[in-house]
Design a binder for this molecule. Structure first.
Ligand code: FAD
Length: 463
């Protein structure tokens, strides 16, 4: 008799492992299939966690070399030990992935090691064994999107995975794609000494984020030394022992030029990972972009098969995947699981950081929704001045009639943390007035959020 479960989750990234834990908490017998040697998916192994470890280390290096003297802390002979920095990153990853293994043991989730394949509804094959289950959850995540003419070898032409593991600082790193991953990893290697050029097809960085924030981010990163080549497309890459020569053309067409790089980071986006899962044979429908098609309750067109996370539509973010995992587990337990997609924050961990939640001004205009905007700069905040981190602002958008908070867009120190207040405001249906009337400790960066909320009504105090 094959071993049987209530739920088999395929993929142990933040979507899959969280779904497995929540389902186990709710009393179900759960297995999670993972083909990688460690749990935690893209996020813990080659995504969020290692990138943040390197961002933290490289920011310390940058601060020590360029910022501390202004505070009267003077260092001589600061040098980089990249091998040690990479080893520390490895330890951070290792502690996190082992943490998930511990959580599986604690919650009695069985880890089925190997690649999972759906044989039929209720039947999953892993490493030659067949398992039975009432429900199957596809949580197989995403992979780096390829670009025609640019062949990845993870040495000279790398995806984010290779860019996290470089053993030497490249002299010239060219990043293809001005999105979140390209800017974060471009920042890491620029801080560590590389010349970094970012080539972007569009006329702006971080598409989808607020225009004003994107423009100011470009200015700040340019000042830090990143070079941007917007409205340009890479049409080919030739490798030699000396490096990589890229052919670059204007996005609108025109004469091509050549750009030489030691290392090229391909970061034009990510695509759903569904290969080898047996979806076609099981009759599971995909959408036009190859993502698993689901309804509002994460159900595919095949009864008993569900999907969550990067493999379905929506923002490719770890916390979106996690929330979907929790919601689906609760739905499977007969509860009312739900994800509020209007309140999912997005953060870019450059320094200064970028954070955004809810609608942008562009989206509100397109939808014909009347809104008021309140904006407050970090230059007028005492704590930011004490820290010496004055770039950026907080902008809050509220419904013109009801004052309900509809979105917030921020650039500045630690705004990835500040954004949580506005996510909560949106979740609770709060007004800008509610945020403005909430007492905020002084002196904190959070006061910029309060002042921006006051500014919605034209009554910011400290400007
Ligand atoms: C460099 C980088 C930095 C990032 N930084 C952030 C960040 O700061 N914040 C943020 O929110 N998001 C970030 N992301 C995105 C985040 O990593 C993803 O949104 C998140 O990991 C998606 O979770 P998931 O569970 O859907 O899939 P994944 O994390 O991709 O996990 C899927 C898992 O399924 C496994 N799998 C696939 N097919 C099979 C199979 N057939 N059988 C068994 N196992 C299988 C894979 O091995 C993988 O472990 C980053 C991504 C990258 C690449």
């Amino acid at each position: 008799m094959p071993e049987s479960f209530d739920v088999i989750v395929i993929g142990a990234g933040p979507g899959g492992y969280v779904c497995a834990i929540r389902a186990a908490q709710l009393g179900m017998k759960v297995a999670c299939v993972e083909k990688r040697a460690t749990l935690g998916g893209t996020c813990l192994n080659v995504g969020c966690i290692p990138s943040k470890a390197l961002l933290q280390s490289s920011e310390l290096f940058e601060e020590t070399r360029h910022k501390m003297a202004e505070h009267g802390v003077v260092f001589d002979g600061v040098r980089l030990d990249l091998a040690k920095m990479q080893a520390r990153k490895g330890e951070v990853v290792s502690a996190n992935v082992k943490g998930v293994e511990f959580l599986f043991r604690k919650n009695k989730v069985t880890w089925l090691k190997g690649a999972g394949r759906i044989l039929a509804p209720g039947k999953v094959e892993v490493a030659g064994e067949t398992y039975e289950t009432k429900n199957i959850v596809i949580a197989t995540g995403s992979e780096s999107s390829p670009l025609r003419g640019v062949e990845v070898d993870e040495k000279q032409v790398v995806t984010s995975t290779g860019a996290l593991d470089l053993e030497a600082v490249p002299k010239h790193l060219v990043v293809i794609g001005g999105g979140v991953i390209g800017l974060e990893l471009g920042s890491v290697w620029r801080r560590l000494g590389a010349e970094v050029t970012v080539i972007e097809f569009l006329d702006r960085l971080v598409p989808g984020m607020d225009n004003e924030v994107a423009k100011q981010l470009e200015r700040v990163l340019t000042r830090q030394g990143l070079k941007f080549k917007l409205k340009s497309k890479v049409t080919g890459a030739t490798k030699s022992a000396e490096g990589v020569t890229l052919t670059v053309e204007p996005a609108a067409g025109g004469a091509a030029e050549e750009i030489k790089a030691d290392v090229v980071l391909l970061a034009i986006g990510r695509r759903a990972h569904t290969e080898g899962l047996g979806l076609a044979e099981a009759g599971v429908e995909l959408d036009e972009r190859g993502r698993v098609k689901t309804d509002a309750h994460f159900a595919t067109n095949v009864p008993g098969i569900y999907a969550i996370g990067d493999v379905i539509a929506g923002a490719m973010l770890a916390h979106k995947a996690e929330d979907e995992g929790v919601a689906l587990a609760e739905l499977l337990a007969g509860q009312k699981g739900h994800v509020n997609y209007a309140a999912i924050p997005g953060v870019i961990y450059t320094w200064p950081e970028v954070a955004s939640v809810g609608a942008t001004e562009e989206e509100l205009k397109a939808a014909g929704i009347a809104y008021k905007a309140g904006k407050f700069p970090f230059t007028a905040n005492g704590r930011a001045r004490a820290m010496g981190d004055l770039d950026g602002f907080v902008k809050i958008l509220a419904d013109a009639k009801t004052d309900r908070v509809l979105g917030a867009h921020m650039l500045g120190p630690d705004v990835g943390t500040l954004i949580a207040e506005i996510s909560l405001a949106i979740e609770f249906g709060a007004s800008a007035e509610d945020v403005a009337r909430t007492c905020h400790a002084h002196p904190t960066l959070n006061e910029v959020v309060k002042e921006a909320a006051l500014a919605v009504d034209g009554r910011a105090l400290h400007i």
